[in-house]
Write a protein that binds this ligand. Structure first.
Ligand code: IZC
Ligand code: ZN
Length: 422
């Protein structure tokens, strides 16, 4: 196979894999495994005509594979790793919610604002009114900001329609974006994000509607189903009904679990065999232990706890005591995490979740790929896999994380194609 290009002069490469494991790349659970980053100094990566990795290793061995046609890309001695996977975003929405911050600073909580008809319900109104093209252009600009932080796969949820036409419109916008820019999108149906305000709809009616819409949203491209299980939003029982129906349709399951109150969302994720449970600030020890034993990935959202000014999730307990696979996500959305800056999310994982640099990178690559069931395609650098790569104007990963708040990305490659240069 011809060597189409070589990313050369990588000072330090973290592959997030080890050669012995071949092509299986399941989520890494617990402290020891989450710190095994597959480090190689003075490395290079060869990429074939189909955009797949031919070899990743010490540069002396890799550069020998070149021929006259090979294109060279110079990483200038910087650090490189797999393209990041952001496994929880509310990418597609209309309007904005900057007016909520002063309300929260004056003492109103996120849930108070939602109860009063603001919050998610405000974005529902704006998203229903927005055209397909407005939503598309707005989300496309967000994806460009994410790419500049090294993100090459993004999960995107519906949830701002609360009626079928708009839920479907959100999924269709995300699906169209998947073809229109370099980042891969993973689509999640979240009609159970809030109760709509329309007169005469009972809770049961709405839960039944969510279940009825699931086949249509799946047809439109959603592969995951999610429910916002939270005090004042959906109960455990309602979440169980919707997710059980979703599972029977072949959806992978996700949950907004135990963010504000400990309702048993973590336990429900374990019971249903969800792919991930996300937030988990208030999750019980028992719930977290059950998740670990069922292989549910724990997705922490440190930008959200920061922006809502709450104590961060208990990532140290999750990793050290519960032996969980922890992933991190931006939670990008207009209310509780209005920032596409994945570099900041990663630094907040270091600073507020108290994860080590190795754990942060594992949580942003291999484990986050598994949080969207893409462990076979994304999140590790290994022979035969799509060349989703990011390299930095930085000598090491600790530098990337501690110089916080800005992206240090020098370049990004998606499936072997250079798609971003700083
Ligand atoms: O628009 O507030 N938490 N859903 C659950 C969100 C945050 C998004 C929003
Ligand atoms: Zn969310």
């Amino acid at each position: 196979m011809a060597v189409k290009s070589i990313l050369d002069h990588i000072g330090l490469l973290w592959t997030m894999a080890d050669e012995a494991e071949g092509n299986s790349a399941s989520a890494r659970q617990g402290r020891e495994a989450m710190r095994e980053v597959g480090a190689i100094e003075n490395a290079a990566i060869a990429i074939d005509d189909e955009g797949r990795i031919l070899a990743a290793g010490p540069r002396k061995q890799v550069v020998e594979m070149a021929d006259e046609q090979t294109k060279w890309i110079d990483a200038e001695g910087g650090f490189a790793c797999p393209g990041f996977v952001d496994p929880h975003t509310h990418l597609v929405y209309g309007g904005s919610r900057e007016h909520e911050l002063p309300m929260r600073l004056a003492g109103a909580s996120y849930l108070d604002i939602l109860q009063a008809g603001g919050g998610i319900l405000r974005t529902v109104k704006d998203t229903r009114e927005a055209s397909f093209d407005e939503l598309f252009q707005h989300a496309k600009a967000s994806l460009a900001r994410m790419l500049a932080c090294g993100v090459t796969t993004v999960e995107a949820k519906s949830g701002y329609g609360l009626e079928l036409a708009t839920e479907k419109k959100q999924i269709e916008v995300a699906s169209a974006l998947s073809q229109a820019q370099p980042i891969d999108l993973v689509l999640t149906a979240l009609p159970a994000h809030a109760f709509p305000k329309e007169e005469g709809i009972t809770r049961d009616d709405y839960v039944n509607s969510c279940i009825e819409w699931l086949p249509v949203l799946k047809e439109a491209g959603a592969g995951f189903a999610d429910v916002f299980v939270e005090k004042g939003v959906f109960t455990i029982e309602e979440g169980r009904r919707i997710l059980t129906a979703a599972k029977a349709l072949g959806y992978g399951l996700k949950l907004h679990a135990d963010e504000m109150e400990s309702l048993g969302g973590a336990e429900l994720a374990a019971e249903l065999g969800a792919v991930s449970a996300d937030h988990l600030l208030a999750a019980s020890d028992e719930g977290l232990l059950q998740m670990a034993s069922r292989g549910v990935v724990a997705v922490c959202l440190p930008a959200t706890s920061f922006y809502l000014q709450k104590p961060a999730a208990r990532a140290r307990f999750m990793i050290d005591e519960a032996n969980l696979a922890v992933a991190i996500a931006s939670d990008y959305n207009p209310g509780s995490a209005p920032s596409e800056n994945f570099a900041l999310t990663m630094s907040l994982a270091l600073l507020t979740l108290k994860m080590s640099p190795e754990e942060v990178f594992m949580a942003a690559t291999r484990n986050s790929a598994n949080a969207v069931s893409r462990g076979d395609l994304a999140g590790v650098i290994a022979k035969g896999r799509p060349a989703d790569l990011v390299w930095f104007h930085a000598p090491n990963p600790a530098y990337v994380l501690t110089r916080f708040g800005v992206s240090h990305v020098a370049g990004v490659m998606k499936a072997g194609v250079p798609v971003y240069r700083a």
